[in-house]
Design a protein around this ligand. Structure first.
Ligand code: ZN
Length: 140
């Protein structure tokens, strides 16, 4: 008895290689946090302004906006050039990725995982912010 009806069941097919490896092992993605950084700078200015004028709704709005900022991190696919949000990266399967998946071959160069790239960007931004704070307050 067939239980799957393509007209009624809208689940997308699961992307896996014949060996069972997930799709992200065959992707070559580069994280692009520029949009999130720009949004975070705006949130920071709203946060400081809300503290300056002592406005609680504006303060809470800045906290909510700060929670939204990580969702603005984007990725760039080296194979097809697509730019999209990172929360949808696990579903990205362009022609090159699907070909590598079907043939079960490795990418031409080992790509760094998205989690590692995001962690590296966060560390770099924190170090840059710390250096800025030291330079701004150190010479007064
Ligand atoms: Zn692609």
């Amino acid at each position: 008895m067939i239980t799957f009806d393509p007209d009624l069941d809208m689940l997308p097919p699961r992307l896996e290689s014949p060996g069972g490896a997930p799709v992200w092992e065959f992707q070559r993605l580069i994280v692009n946090p520029l949009l999130a950084i720009i949004a975070l700078l705006g949130v920071w200015s709203v946060f400081r302004y809300s503290l300056q004028i002592r406005n609680l709704p504006l303060f809470l709005l800045s906290l909510v906006l700060a929670i939204v900022c990580p969702f603005l991190i984007q990725y760039h696919c080296v194979d097809c050039g697509r730019l999209d949000f990172t929360i949808r990266a696990r579903r990205h399967a362009c022609l090159h990725v699907v070909r590598r998946m079907r043939l079960d071959e490795d990418p031409p160069f080992p790509a760094l995982s998205i989690r590692f790239q995001v962690t590296a960007w966060v560390v770099m931004i924190l170090v840059a912010g710390l250096m800025y704070e030291i330079m701004a307050t150190g010479f007064r």
